[in-house]
Design a protein around this ligand. Sequence first.
Ligand SMILES: Cc1ncc(COP(=O)(O)O)c(C=O)c1O
Length: 391
Amino acid sequence: MEYELATRVAKLRPSGIRKVMALAAAREAKGLRTYHLEVGQPDFPTPTAITEALKERLSDMPGYTPNLGMPSLRSRVAALVQSKTDIKTAADQIGITTGAVNALAMSILATISPGDEVLVPDPGWPNYESAITLAGGIPVPYRLDPRKEFLIDLNDLETRITHRTRMLMINFPGNPTGGVADAEHLKAISRIADRHNLLILSDEIYSDFVFEGGHTSMREIHDPAKTIIVSGVSKTYAMTGWRIGWLIAEPEIVAAVGALAEPLTSCPCTASQISAELALDLDQSDLDVMRETFRRRASIASDILNEAGLLMTVPKGAFYVMADISRTGLDSDVYVARLLDDTGVAAAPGSTFGQTTRQQIRFSIATSDADVREACTLFVKHVNTLAGANP
Ligand SMILES: Cc1ncc(COP(=O)(O)O)c(C=O)c1O
């Protein structure tokens, strides 16, 4: 190649989920039966109320919006946050971004300087590590405890803090764990952050999928001046492809994200911002149907895996279930390729989420009840065959 790529590119780890997606797509292209439990996107269509209303607006589409999004959408999100948390929230505390992933990356770019350490969950969504690395920061994994429903091992967390630690990232309901933190757990986390003067970045993209009781936001627990919340429409409204997310933070942080948006995105896609505003104005009862569907599938998968002694923990939210593959003796990267080849079941390797889950795999249950049932049954047989317990 004539040009050398920038050094930062070499530091990015390829996503293990994308690798399985490509293998699964290649298998399907050959006409082979494939069960898609690898990807984390709702299997519901975007509500037609949104797509139909958008059609009417297409001929009169405005151009660029301000860097931080349409003022009307920022106000609408502020009102939503205020109504859910009972904490006064103004439009200048909201920044609209190209998906939650961009809100996370820009929040990190706005607050983390080279050499700063950032605490990330293990297991956790791999994009956290990439965004921190891009900012020149150092991701430092802390442990989630599978014996305690994948809540944070608070002792382990505190031992990871050094004089260079600047931020603590948390994610409840969690990907890949399905873990949900209650107010008590969030308070304990908040106390640790206070003791060490850390910013908390709380990824709450799955907050509408808590199966029992409601979601408690870190914004209700920790000093809002030291908290950044990230969320968006991707999961809640089955709008992953529309790419609209947001951050909720102090106006100075939001303004810094706006300055970063200028060279990175200019602004989020205007048609998608209009669609997100339509989504927030929808009758929210569709959401209850989605939540109940994910709860039911989580219980189908948990029952099958639990009976076989392969369930890590019963998920309390989001749409993921973690399974144990230690019986096979294989690393999850190798195992998911074999599972796909032998049975057609596509799952995400635990290794992509951290070191503690190298012998686990993640099922996304955002597929039909029947596929969840069949895929989990095929998986159990496969593990036992490999382990020699059921030759
Ligand atoms: C934990 C977590 N945060 C953020 C995102 C990104 O959401 P978005 O589609 O809004 O970028 C995902 C998507 O899979 C996720 O699992």
